[in-house]
Design a protein around this ligand. Structure first.
Ligand code: FAD
Length: 416
Protein backbone atom coordinates (compact mmCIF):
# COMPACT_ATOMS: atom_id res chain seq x y z
CA UNK A 1 0.00 0.00 0.00
CA UNK A 2 1.51 3.44 -0.90
CA UNK A 3 1.97 6.04 1.84
CA UNK A 4 -0.83 8.61 1.82
CA UNK A 5 1.03 11.93 1.84
CA UNK A 6 -0.99 15.09 1.23
CA UNK A 7 -0.13 18.75 1.68
CA UNK A 8 -0.38 19.91 5.31
CA UNK A 9 -2.27 23.18 5.68
CA UNK A 10 -0.25 25.90 7.41
CA UNK A 11 3.17 24.43 6.63
CA UNK A 12 5.61 26.32 4.39
CA UNK A 13 5.30 25.31 0.70
CA UNK A 14 8.88 24.07 0.73
CA UNK A 15 8.17 21.44 3.43
CA UNK A 16 5.07 20.24 1.58
CA UNK A 17 7.06 20.05 -1.62
CA UNK A 18 9.85 18.03 0.06
CA UNK A 19 7.33 15.61 1.58
CA UNK A 20 5.53 15.16 -1.71
CA UNK A 21 8.72 14.65 -3.78
CA UNK A 22 10.02 12.18 -1.18
CA UNK A 23 6.72 10.27 -1.16
CA UNK A 24 6.79 10.06 -4.96
CA UNK A 25 10.16 8.28 -4.88
CA UNK A 26 9.24 6.13 -1.86
CA UNK A 27 5.89 5.03 -3.34
CA UNK A 28 6.94 4.59 -6.95
CA UNK A 29 10.56 3.47 -6.79
CA UNK A 30 11.17 1.85 -3.41
CA UNK A 31 8.04 0.26 -1.90
CA UNK A 32 7.18 -1.99 -4.85
CA UNK A 33 10.78 -3.27 -4.95
CA UNK A 34 11.76 -3.57 -1.29
CA UNK A 35 12.55 -7.27 -1.61
CA UNK A 36 14.68 -6.85 -4.70
CA UNK A 37 16.57 -3.92 -3.16
CA UNK A 38 17.36 -5.47 0.22
CA UNK A 39 17.15 -9.26 -0.23
CA UNK A 40 20.95 -9.55 -0.31
CA UNK A 41 20.99 -8.43 3.32
CA UNK A 42 18.44 -10.95 4.49
CA UNK A 43 19.49 -13.93 2.35
CA UNK A 44 23.28 -13.75 2.34
CA UNK A 45 23.51 -16.72 -0.03
CA UNK A 46 22.03 -15.10 -3.16
CA UNK A 47 24.10 -15.30 -6.36
CA UNK A 48 26.58 -12.60 -7.36
CA UNK A 49 24.49 -11.62 -10.38
CA UNK A 50 21.43 -11.09 -8.15
CA UNK A 51 23.56 -9.03 -5.74
CA UNK A 52 24.81 -6.90 -8.65
CA UNK A 53 21.28 -6.48 -9.95
CA UNK A 54 20.04 -5.23 -6.60
CA UNK A 55 23.10 -2.91 -6.21
CA UNK A 56 22.42 -1.44 -9.66
CA UNK A 57 18.75 -0.93 -8.74
CA UNK A 58 19.79 0.92 -5.55
CA UNK A 59 22.22 3.11 -7.51
CA UNK A 60 19.53 3.97 -10.08
CA UNK A 61 17.25 5.14 -7.25
CA UNK A 62 20.06 7.16 -5.70
CA UNK A 63 20.50 8.94 -9.04
CA UNK A 64 16.79 9.81 -9.10
CA UNK A 65 17.04 11.13 -5.54
CA UNK A 66 19.94 13.36 -6.60
CA UNK A 67 18.01 14.60 -9.64
CA UNK A 68 15.07 15.44 -7.37
CA UNK A 69 17.46 17.54 -5.23
CA UNK A 70 16.89 15.43 -2.11
CA UNK A 71 20.34 13.86 -1.64
CA UNK A 72 21.93 14.03 1.85
CA UNK A 73 19.33 16.27 3.51
CA UNK A 74 21.53 16.65 6.62
CA UNK A 75 24.38 18.36 4.75
CA UNK A 76 24.79 21.81 3.20
CA UNK A 77 25.07 22.09 -0.59
CA UNK A 78 28.79 22.92 -0.48
CA UNK A 79 29.40 19.47 1.03
CA UNK A 80 27.26 17.55 -1.44
CA UNK A 81 23.93 17.71 0.41
CA UNK A 82 20.65 19.44 -0.36
CA UNK A 83 20.91 21.78 2.63
CA UNK A 84 17.55 21.26 4.34
CA UNK A 85 16.75 23.10 7.55
CA UNK A 86 16.28 21.06 10.71
CA UNK A 87 12.48 21.13 10.45
CA UNK A 88 12.43 20.32 6.73
CA UNK A 89 14.64 17.32 7.39
CA UNK A 90 12.49 16.16 10.32
CA UNK A 91 9.33 16.29 8.16
CA UNK A 92 11.11 14.45 5.36
CA UNK A 93 12.11 11.63 7.71
CA UNK A 94 8.59 10.46 8.50
CA UNK A 95 8.03 9.91 4.77
CA UNK A 96 11.43 8.34 4.17
CA UNK A 97 11.13 5.89 7.03
CA UNK A 98 7.90 4.39 5.66
CA UNK A 99 10.01 2.24 3.32
CA UNK A 100 12.67 -0.10 4.62
CA UNK A 101 16.20 1.16 4.00
CA UNK A 102 15.03 4.26 2.10
CA UNK A 103 17.25 6.60 4.16
CA UNK A 104 20.35 4.94 2.70
CA UNK A 105 19.00 5.61 -0.79
CA UNK A 106 18.70 9.30 0.14
CA UNK A 107 22.31 9.47 1.38
CA UNK A 108 21.61 9.29 5.12
CA UNK A 109 23.36 6.33 6.72
CA UNK A 110 24.07 6.18 10.45
CA UNK A 111 26.62 6.47 11.95
CA UNK A 112 28.16 8.24 8.92
CA UNK A 113 25.46 10.93 9.03
CA UNK A 114 26.18 11.78 12.69
CA UNK A 115 29.92 11.84 12.01
CA UNK A 116 29.37 14.13 9.02
CA UNK A 117 27.53 16.60 11.26
CA UNK A 118 30.33 16.48 13.84
CA UNK A 119 33.00 17.00 11.16
CA UNK A 120 31.01 19.96 9.85
CA UNK A 121 30.66 21.60 13.24
CA UNK A 122 33.98 20.74 14.90
CA UNK A 123 36.31 19.81 12.00
CA UNK A 124 38.98 22.09 10.56
CA UNK A 125 38.92 22.78 6.82
CA UNK A 126 41.73 20.24 6.46
CA UNK A 127 39.80 17.55 8.41
CA UNK A 128 36.66 18.19 6.36
CA UNK A 129 38.60 17.73 3.12
CA UNK A 130 40.28 14.57 4.35
CA UNK A 131 37.34 12.84 6.05
CA UNK A 132 34.01 14.55 5.37
CA UNK A 133 34.20 14.85 1.57
CA UNK A 134 35.10 11.17 0.93
CA UNK A 135 32.43 10.13 3.45
CA UNK A 136 29.80 12.08 1.53
CA UNK A 137 31.02 10.77 -1.82
CA UNK A 138 30.63 7.22 -0.48
CA UNK A 139 34.39 6.57 -0.83
CA UNK A 140 34.84 6.04 2.93
CA UNK A 141 32.93 4.51 5.83
CA UNK A 142 33.08 5.54 9.49
CA UNK A 143 32.03 4.66 13.03
CA UNK A 144 31.51 6.41 16.37
CA UNK A 145 33.30 4.68 19.24
CA UNK A 146 32.09 5.78 22.65
CA UNK A 147 30.45 2.93 24.60
CA UNK A 148 32.65 0.60 26.66
CA UNK A 149 31.81 -2.93 27.87
CA UNK A 150 33.27 -2.35 31.35
CA UNK A 151 31.59 0.99 32.07
CA UNK A 152 28.05 2.33 31.99
CA UNK A 153 27.29 3.85 28.59
CA UNK A 154 24.39 5.72 30.17
CA UNK A 155 26.88 7.65 32.32
CA UNK A 156 29.52 9.21 30.02
CA UNK A 157 31.52 10.28 33.08
CA UNK A 158 32.51 6.63 33.49
CA UNK A 159 34.44 6.42 30.19
CA UNK A 160 37.94 5.05 30.78
CA UNK A 161 39.59 5.14 27.34
CA UNK A 162 42.57 7.46 27.51
CA UNK A 163 44.54 9.53 25.03
CA UNK A 164 47.90 10.70 26.35
CA UNK A 165 49.79 13.38 24.51
CA UNK A 166 53.34 12.41 23.54
CA UNK A 167 55.05 15.05 21.35
CA UNK A 168 52.86 15.59 18.26
CA UNK A 169 50.78 12.46 18.83
CA UNK A 170 47.88 11.21 20.89
CA UNK A 171 48.43 7.67 22.24
CA UNK A 172 45.10 5.93 22.76
CA UNK A 173 44.35 2.95 25.02
CA UNK A 174 40.92 1.53 25.77
CA UNK A 175 38.22 -1.03 25.15
CA UNK A 176 35.02 -0.13 23.27
CA UNK A 177 32.04 -2.03 21.96
CA UNK A 178 28.90 -1.42 19.93
CA UNK A 179 30.87 0.74 17.53
CA UNK A 180 28.30 0.56 14.72
CA UNK A 181 29.67 0.07 11.19
CA UNK A 182 32.99 -0.79 12.90
CA UNK A 183 33.76 -3.68 10.54
CA UNK A 184 33.47 -1.57 7.38
CA UNK A 185 34.80 1.72 8.77
CA UNK A 186 37.89 3.42 7.32
CA UNK A 187 38.02 5.71 10.34
CA UNK A 188 36.45 5.97 13.77
CA UNK A 189 35.67 8.97 15.90
CA UNK A 190 36.83 7.80 19.32
CA UNK A 191 35.71 9.35 22.59
CA UNK A 192 38.76 9.58 24.86
CA UNK A 193 39.72 11.06 28.20
CA UNK A 194 42.66 13.26 27.18
CA UNK A 195 45.76 13.85 29.23
CA UNK A 196 48.28 16.43 28.04
CA UNK A 197 51.13 16.98 30.54
CA UNK A 198 52.00 20.28 28.81
CA UNK A 199 48.39 21.45 28.38
CA UNK A 200 46.23 23.54 30.73
CA UNK A 201 45.42 21.65 33.94
CA UNK A 202 41.68 22.30 33.72
CA UNK A 203 41.25 20.29 30.49
CA UNK A 204 43.15 17.24 31.72
CA UNK A 205 40.96 14.17 32.10
CA UNK A 206 38.16 15.79 30.04
CA UNK A 207 36.57 14.11 26.99
CA UNK A 208 37.89 14.79 23.51
CA UNK A 209 36.89 13.18 20.21
CA UNK A 210 39.77 11.95 18.08
CA UNK A 211 39.74 10.62 14.50
CA UNK A 212 41.42 7.23 14.26
CA UNK A 213 41.97 5.52 10.87
CA UNK A 214 41.14 1.82 11.32
CA UNK A 215 44.38 0.70 9.68
CA UNK A 216 46.47 2.38 12.43
CA UNK A 217 48.60 -0.21 14.30
CA UNK A 218 46.96 -1.11 17.64
CA UNK A 219 43.33 -0.82 16.44
CA UNK A 220 42.23 -4.39 17.17
CA UNK A 221 38.76 -5.14 15.86
CA UNK A 222 37.81 -8.18 17.93
CA UNK A 223 34.39 -9.09 16.48
CA UNK A 224 31.08 -7.97 15.14
CA UNK A 225 28.71 -8.56 18.05
CA UNK A 226 25.73 -10.89 17.50
CA UNK A 227 22.56 -8.84 18.02
CA UNK A 228 19.04 -10.33 18.11
CA UNK A 229 20.48 -13.66 16.96
CA UNK A 230 22.24 -12.25 13.90
CA UNK A 231 25.81 -11.22 13.21
CA UNK A 232 26.15 -7.47 13.02
CA UNK A 233 28.66 -4.73 12.29
CA UNK A 234 28.42 -3.34 15.83
CA UNK A 235 32.10 -3.94 16.63
CA UNK A 236 34.06 -4.65 19.78
CA UNK A 237 37.42 -2.90 19.53
CA UNK A 238 40.54 -2.81 21.70
CA UNK A 239 42.74 0.25 21.21
CA UNK A 240 46.29 -0.61 22.23
CA UNK A 241 48.90 2.16 22.13
CA UNK A 242 47.25 3.61 19.03
CA UNK A 243 49.24 6.63 17.81
CA UNK A 244 47.58 9.35 15.74
CA UNK A 245 48.80 12.90 14.98
CA UNK A 246 47.38 15.65 17.23
CA UNK A 247 45.77 17.16 14.07
CA UNK A 248 43.26 14.30 14.30
CA UNK A 249 41.68 15.85 17.39
CA UNK A 250 38.20 17.27 16.74
CA UNK A 251 37.54 20.69 18.22
CA UNK A 252 39.08 22.02 21.43
CA UNK A 253 40.60 19.65 23.98
CA UNK A 254 37.78 18.79 26.40
CA UNK A 255 34.94 19.53 23.91
CA UNK A 256 34.09 15.86 23.35
CA UNK A 257 31.14 15.68 25.74
CA UNK A 258 29.46 18.71 24.15
CA UNK A 259 30.11 17.32 20.66
CA UNK A 260 28.43 14.04 21.68
CA UNK A 261 25.43 15.96 23.04
CA UNK A 262 25.16 17.95 19.78
CA UNK A 263 25.20 14.73 17.81
CA UNK A 264 22.64 12.95 19.95
CA UNK A 265 20.18 15.84 20.47
CA UNK A 266 19.29 16.39 16.81
CA UNK A 267 19.68 12.67 16.11
CA UNK A 268 17.01 11.79 18.67
CA UNK A 269 14.44 13.99 16.90
CA UNK A 270 15.30 12.43 13.53
CA UNK A 271 15.05 8.93 15.06
CA UNK A 272 11.61 9.77 16.49
CA UNK A 273 10.35 11.05 13.11
CA UNK A 274 11.69 7.81 11.58
CA UNK A 275 9.77 5.84 14.20
CA UNK A 276 6.61 7.78 13.32
CA UNK A 277 7.06 6.83 9.63
CA UNK A 278 7.59 3.20 10.56
CA UNK A 279 4.54 3.18 12.86
CA UNK A 280 2.54 4.63 9.98
CA UNK A 281 3.67 1.70 7.77
CA UNK A 282 2.87 -0.87 10.51
CA UNK A 283 -0.55 0.74 10.93
CA UNK A 284 -1.30 0.52 7.18
CA UNK A 285 -0.19 -3.13 7.14
CA UNK A 286 -2.38 -3.90 10.16
CA UNK A 287 -5.49 -2.30 8.65
CA UNK A 288 -4.81 -3.93 5.28
CA UNK A 289 -4.71 -7.39 6.91
CA UNK A 290 -7.70 -6.71 9.14
CA UNK A 291 -9.66 -5.78 6.03
CA UNK A 292 -8.86 -8.96 4.11
CA UNK A 293 -8.43 -11.81 6.61
CA UNK A 294 -11.51 -13.87 7.46
CA UNK A 295 -11.62 -15.58 10.85
CA UNK A 296 -14.55 -17.19 12.64
CA UNK A 297 -17.11 -16.15 10.09
CA UNK A 298 -16.11 -12.56 9.48
CA UNK A 299 -13.32 -10.17 8.55
CA UNK A 300 -10.90 -9.27 11.34
CA UNK A 301 -11.90 -5.63 11.07
CA UNK A 302 -15.41 -6.55 12.25
CA UNK A 303 -14.09 -7.86 15.60
CA UNK A 304 -14.01 -5.40 18.46
CA UNK A 305 -10.62 -6.60 19.76
CA UNK A 306 -9.13 -5.61 16.40
CA UNK A 307 -11.02 -2.31 16.31
CA UNK A 308 -9.44 -1.63 19.71
CA UNK A 309 -5.97 -2.30 18.19
CA UNK A 310 -6.73 0.17 15.40
CA UNK A 311 -7.97 2.88 17.76
CA UNK A 312 -5.09 2.44 20.25
CA UNK A 313 -2.54 2.54 17.42
CA UNK A 314 -4.12 5.65 15.92
CA UNK A 315 -3.78 7.37 19.32
CA UNK A 316 -0.16 6.19 19.72
CA UNK A 317 0.85 7.50 16.29
CA UNK A 318 -0.92 10.86 16.55
CA UNK A 319 0.45 11.54 20.03
CA UNK A 320 4.00 10.56 19.01
CA UNK A 321 3.89 12.62 15.85
CA UNK A 322 2.55 15.78 17.49
CA UNK A 323 5.03 15.58 20.37
CA UNK A 324 7.93 15.07 17.98
CA UNK A 325 6.89 17.93 15.70
CA UNK A 326 6.47 20.19 18.73
CA UNK A 327 9.99 19.29 19.86
CA UNK A 328 11.40 19.86 16.35
CA UNK A 329 9.72 23.28 16.22
CA UNK A 330 11.26 24.18 19.59
CA UNK A 331 14.70 23.20 18.30
CA UNK A 332 14.21 25.10 15.04
CA UNK A 333 13.33 28.22 17.01
CA UNK A 334 16.54 27.94 19.01
CA UNK A 335 14.72 27.27 22.32
CA UNK A 336 16.23 24.93 24.91
CA UNK A 337 14.40 21.68 24.01
CA UNK A 338 16.24 19.24 26.27
CA UNK A 339 13.12 18.30 28.25
CA UNK A 340 11.09 17.80 25.06
CA UNK A 341 13.87 15.71 23.50
CA UNK A 342 14.02 13.42 26.54
CA UNK A 343 10.21 13.11 26.56
CA UNK A 344 10.02 11.95 22.93
CA UNK A 345 13.11 9.77 23.34
CA UNK A 346 11.11 7.78 25.92
CA UNK A 347 7.54 7.93 24.65
CA UNK A 348 7.99 7.45 20.90
CA UNK A 349 9.94 4.13 21.01
CA UNK A 350 7.42 2.83 23.59
CA UNK A 351 4.50 3.77 21.31
CA UNK A 352 6.36 2.32 18.32
CA UNK A 353 6.81 -0.99 20.18
CA UNK A 354 3.07 -1.11 20.98
CA UNK A 355 1.95 -0.27 17.43
CA UNK A 356 4.21 -2.89 15.82
CA UNK A 357 3.27 -5.45 18.46
CA UNK A 358 -0.43 -5.07 17.56
CA UNK A 359 0.31 -5.26 13.83
CA UNK A 360 2.25 -8.50 14.39
CA UNK A 361 -0.65 -9.91 16.39
CA UNK A 362 -3.12 -9.13 13.59
CA UNK A 363 -0.88 -10.79 11.00
CA UNK A 364 -0.51 -13.94 13.14
CA UNK A 365 2.47 -16.17 12.28
CA UNK A 366 3.26 -14.09 9.18
CA UNK A 367 3.92 -11.16 11.49
CA UNK A 368 7.08 -12.71 12.93
CA UNK A 369 8.53 -13.80 9.57
CA UNK A 370 10.96 -11.82 7.45
CA UNK A 371 8.37 -11.75 4.65
CA UNK A 372 7.07 -8.57 6.28
CA UNK A 373 9.05 -5.66 7.78
CA UNK A 374 7.26 -6.01 11.14
CA UNK A 375 9.69 -8.38 12.91
CA UNK A 376 12.67 -6.13 12.10
CA UNK A 377 10.67 -3.08 13.19
CA UNK A 378 9.84 -4.75 16.51
CA UNK A 379 13.52 -5.41 17.24
CA UNK A 380 14.44 -1.91 16.13
CA UNK A 381 11.80 -0.34 18.38
CA UNK A 382 12.97 -2.34 21.40
CA UNK A 383 16.60 -1.44 20.74
CA UNK A 384 15.74 2.27 20.57
CA UNK A 385 14.80 2.16 24.25
CA UNK A 386 18.48 1.48 25.08
CA UNK A 387 20.45 3.22 22.36
CA UNK A 388 21.10 6.98 22.56
CA UNK A 389 20.57 6.87 26.33
CA UNK A 390 18.18 4.48 28.10
CA UNK A 391 14.70 5.56 29.21
CA UNK A 392 15.60 5.87 32.90
CA UNK A 393 18.32 8.45 32.26
CA UNK A 394 15.89 10.59 30.25
CA UNK A 395 13.21 10.34 32.95
CA UNK A 396 15.72 11.60 35.52
CA UNK A 397 16.52 14.52 33.21
CA UNK A 398 12.87 15.47 32.67
CA UNK A 399 12.16 15.40 36.42
CA UNK A 400 15.31 17.44 37.13
CA UNK A 401 14.36 20.16 34.62
CA UNK A 402 10.77 20.33 35.84
CA UNK A 403 11.67 20.40 39.53
CA UNK A 404 14.25 23.13 38.92
CA UNK A 405 11.47 25.44 37.71
CA UNK A 406 9.29 24.80 40.78
CA UNK A 407 12.19 25.06 43.21
CA UNK A 408 12.99 28.48 41.72
CA UNK A 409 9.45 29.56 42.60
CA UNK A 410 7.96 29.11 39.13
CA UNK A 411 6.04 26.30 37.48
CA UNK A 412 5.96 24.45 34.15
CA UNK A 413 4.44 26.17 31.13
CA UNK A 414 2.81 23.48 28.97
CA UNK A 415 1.68 26.17 26.55
CA UNK A 416 5.15 27.01 25.27
C1 FAD B 1 22.14 -1.55 18.25
C2 FAD B 1 23.01 -0.63 19.05
C3 FAD B 1 23.87 0.24 18.40
C4 FAD B 1 24.72 1.08 19.13
N1 FAD B 1 25.61 1.87 18.46
C5 FAD B 1 26.55 2.57 19.16
C6 FAD B 1 27.58 3.29 18.48
O1 FAD B 1 27.64 3.35 17.24
N2 FAD B 1 28.54 3.88 19.22
C7 FAD B 1 28.55 3.84 20.58
O2 FAD B 1 29.44 4.40 21.19
N3 FAD B 1 27.56 3.17 21.27
C8 FAD B 1 26.58 2.53 20.58
N4 FAD B 1 25.61 1.81 21.25
C9 FAD B 1 25.65 1.74 22.72
C10 FAD B 1 24.53 2.52 23.40
O3 FAD B 1 24.68 3.90 23.22
C11 FAD B 1 24.56 2.10 24.89
O4 FAD B 1 24.18 0.74 24.93
C12 FAD B 1 23.64 2.91 25.76
O5 FAD B 1 24.14 4.22 25.91
C13 FAD B 1 23.49 2.28 27.16
O6 FAD B 1 24.74 1.99 27.73
P1 FAD B 1 25.04 0.53 28.34
O7 FAD B 1 24.68 -0.49 27.33
O8 FAD B 1 26.45 0.53 28.85
O9 FAD B 1 24.02 0.36 29.53
P2 FAD B 1 24.24 0.81 31.06
O10 FAD B 1 24.76 2.19 31.14
O11 FAD B 1 25.01 -0.25 31.77
O12 FAD B 1 22.75 0.81 31.60
C14 FAD B 1 22.03 -0.44 31.75
C15 FAD B 1 20.65 -0.14 32.27
O13 FAD B 1 20.73 0.48 33.54
C16 FAD B 1 19.60 1.30 33.74
N5 FAD B 1 20.05 2.62 34.21
C17 FAD B 1 21.09 3.35 33.75
N6 FAD B 1 21.21 4.49 34.46
C18 FAD B 1 20.24 4.48 35.40
C19 FAD B 1 19.84 5.38 36.44
N7 FAD B 1 20.51 6.52 36.64
N8 FAD B 1 18.79 5.04 37.22
C20 FAD B 1 18.13 3.88 36.99
N9 FAD B 1 18.46 2.99 36.04
C21 FAD B 1 19.49 3.28 35.26
C22 FAD B 1 18.87 1.38 32.41
O14 FAD B 1 17.73 0.52 32.44
C23 FAD B 1 19.87 0.86 31.42
O15 FAD B 1 19.28 0.25 30.28
C24 FAD B 1 24.71 1.02 20.55
C25 FAD B 1 23.81 0.17 21.20
C26 FAD B 1 22.97 -0.65 20.48
C27 FAD B 1 22.05 -1.58 21.20
Amino acid sequence: MPMNVQSIAGLPDRINQIRSLTAEIVNREILPRENELWRWRRDGDISDSEKNKSRDARRAIQEKVKQAGLWAPHLPEEYGGCGLSFLEHAYMNEVLAYAIGAAALFGVVAPNSGNQKILLKYGTEEQRKKWLVPLTEGKMQSGFSMTEPDNAGSDPRSIQTTARREGDEWVINGHKWFTSNGLAADFLIVMCRTDDPEGPAETNGKMTQIIVPTDTPGVNIIRGITVWGRSSDHAEIIYEDVRVPVENQLGQTGSGHQAAQDRLGAGRVYHCMNSVGQMWRAFDLMVERASSREVHGGLLREKQFIQGFIADSYIDIQASRLMTIHCAEQMESGADARTEISAIKISVPEAYTRVVDRAIQVWGAAGVTDDLPLAAMYQGARTLRLADGPDEVHKILIAKNVLKQYQAGGSWDFGS
